[in-house]
Ligand binder design. Sequence first.
Ligand SMILES: Nc1ncnc2c1ncn2[C@@H]1O[C@H](COP(=O)(O)OP(=O)(O)O)[C@@H](O)[C@H]1O
Ligand SMILES: [Mg+2]
Length: 237
Amino acid sequence: MSPLLQVEDLEVHYGKIAAVKGIGFHVDEGEVVTLIGTNGAGKTTTLRTISGLLRPTSGSIRYKGRPIDAVPPHKITGLGIAHSPEGRRIFPRMTVEENLMLGAFQRRDNDVRRDLHAAYELFPILGERAKQPAGTFSGGEQQMLAMGRAMMSRPDLLMLDEPSMGLSPLMMKRIMATVVTLQEQGTTILLVEQNARAALRRANRGYVLEIGKIVLAGTGAELLESDEVRKAYLGED
Ligand SMILES: Nc1ncnc2c1ncn2[C@@H]1O[C@H](COP(=O)(O)OP(=O)(O)O)[C@@H](O)[C@H]1O
Ligand SMILES: [Mg+2]
């Protein structure tokens, strides 16, 4: 069986500056795969390229066996890839429910209401505050909203860019627990994190990105144990 997502020799530039320098990785159906790395490693650039928001200089991206590197962003969403962006990007003046409905804007089926309730089941606070402006939410609540919104497109592949950024340890645990719940419910997840420990604990596999290149790959457990990862990313020496 071919992977759900296969990235090969991917290079992405901003003008003349190379941000991603020939990386390859894959995500199998049902997995949680994490890309970890410090600020500036190229994680966000990679996700934005998969989403069609940036065009690769070279290399290929295949989703369900089909090349998607020239497909526009709204069609990528339609194919089943959802992106919860770095910084959450919720619309503060719109209500929680309106924000969620934005995630379903392309859908023509009749199950949108049901999925709204699924989002409220996943994160009860979203249902309790459905009619309130999203700008009243804390960072953790906004992260829940961003994930709920991404799920409203009914993705097969959910990409999360730094969901734990800026959150309290308790809220971070809550968000990471949801990653596991969504996986159990059948969603495949590509998780980008600077918080390597939190991500590797929940991931089936991971890749370490350093200045645009993948320098290590392995199972979540292997990477947690590896000396290089422990020294560089887990604050141990
Ligand atoms: N819009 C941009 N214009 C120019 N350079 C950028 C832009 N966005 C990111 N970069 C550069 O690309 C590299 C990778 O950035 P990014 O993908 O945001 O990394 P990460 O998400 O791992 O922190 C960094 O050197 C960053 O400065
Ligand atoms: Mg980033």
